[in-house]
Design a protein around this ligand. Structure first.
Ligand SMILES: [Cu+2]
Length: 365
């Protein structure tokens, strides 16, 4: 009888483990593996999935078995027998999971430290999270013929809202946020790292699969969280170098005449998150959280809704500047006070950027 029960338990155990292994080996729930690190993350995930499958079957199977086997007989209104536990059983069901969790800890730590290990010749790209857009800052080599100030200005223009990365070269991203906590997440790379204001976090990956992916935000960060998606382009190293060269020539132009309206347009589209809230046809922005800014210069000049007088300014230019640095000073009727309050901070938006944007908006008649 006893032997019989033991062999039943062993057979059930073997069958459940076999099912777990099959699920772990055949599950294909992840998107394409576009980085060198993806395979080891997937192996870890599948190992956990196999174990979770066995646990799930034991727990759910036990519940269903007990519901059927120990169902109350008709007319039996007696209490169940008092039960004071079973020490051997409790030790077993504590010890086995403890060992499993311990092994998984070692395995996960190994995978994590392998993929975070520094590599030679890393391409370092800055990542900034901001309600509601990612911006990427690329490496800058100073121009020999520019003054230090001009080089400084050019450096702040090495930004894009597209993440371009060279296939086959190791990349390190240095991530931060200027407002709330965001999460830098590229599922195809199996990379996910929090973006924390006042701190720099890092993540490493080596892109391997050419293509266009998406970096999303994995922390609920406000009204436009779901729009916080930017393209990721894995390119041939030569294409990537051409992208950098192009950014560099734009940065050079920005350094010598930083307040040009065309630069303002470029900043609105590429550097600042205006498009996640505003519609502006001229720049291709399609946000709906804030008012459309088509024809904003004319609206401001004509003092529509008394916006100039009510915000205490005289000219359209002053009004537009105030709308950016102190959005709460005057609220456009029908809209809430949702615009970011940190554009007045020069570390978030340098003066030249702000003036270029104002100059650009003044062209929107
Ligand atoms: Cu976010």
């Amino acid at each position: 009888m006893k032997l019989n029960r033991i062999s039943t338990v062993v057979i059930i155990g073997v069958v459940l483990i076999a099912i777990g292994v099959i699920v772990g080996l055949t599950a294909n729930w992840m998107p394409v593996q576009a980085s060198a690190e993806a395979a080891s993350v997937d192996s870890l995930f599948n190992a956990m999935l196999a174990i979770a499958t066995v646990v799930f079957l034991i727990v759910e199977g036990g519940i269903i078995y007990s519901i059927v086997r120990f169902r109350r007989k008709a007319g039996d209104d007696s209490d169940g027998p008092p039960d004071h536990g079973n020490t051997a059983l409790e030790v077993t069901w504590t010890a086995i999971p403890a060992v499993v969790v311990f092994l998984l800890t070692i395995y996960s730590y190994k995978v994590f430290s392998d993929i975070q290990a520094p590599q030679d010749n890393e391409t370092v790209i800055g990542v900034t999270g901001q309600q509601f857009q990612w911006t990427f800052t690329y490496p800058y080599e100073p121009f020999a013929d520019l003054t230090p100030e001009q080089n400084k200005a050019a450096k702040t223009s090495m930004v894009s809202n597209e993440l371009h990365v060279p296939s086959g070269r190791p990349v390190r991203v240095e991530i931060t946020s200027v407002d709330v906590i965001h999460g830098f997440y590229v599922p195809e790379f199996r990379v996910k790292q929090d973006a924390i204001p006042g701190r720099t976090t890092t993540a490493r990956f080596t892109p391997t699969e050419k293509g266009i992916y998406t970096v999303v935000c994995s922390e609920l960060c406000g009204a436009g969280h779901a729009q916080m998606r930017n393209p990721v382009l894995v390119e041939d190293p030569a294409e990537y170098d051409a992208f950098i060269a192009n950014l560099r020539s734009k940065a050079r132009l920005a350094a010598t005449d930083p307040r040009r309206p065309e630069r303002g347009k470029q900043l609105i589209v590429q550097k600042y998150p205006c498009g996640s809230c505003h519609t502006l046809d001229d720049a291709g922005l399609k946000g709906i959280v804030g008012p459309p800014v088509n024809g904003i210069a004319t609206k401001a000049q004509n003092n529509v809704d008394n916006r100039l007088s009510r915000s205490g300014v005289k000219t359209a230019e002053e009004y537009l500047r105030l709308s950016i640095v102190n959005p709460s000073a005057y609220l456009v009727p029908g809209y809430q006070d949702l615009m970011p309050k940190n554009f007045g901070d020069p570390s978030v938006m340098p003066e030249d950027d702000r003036e270029a944007i104002v100059n650009y908006l003044l062209t929107q008649k």
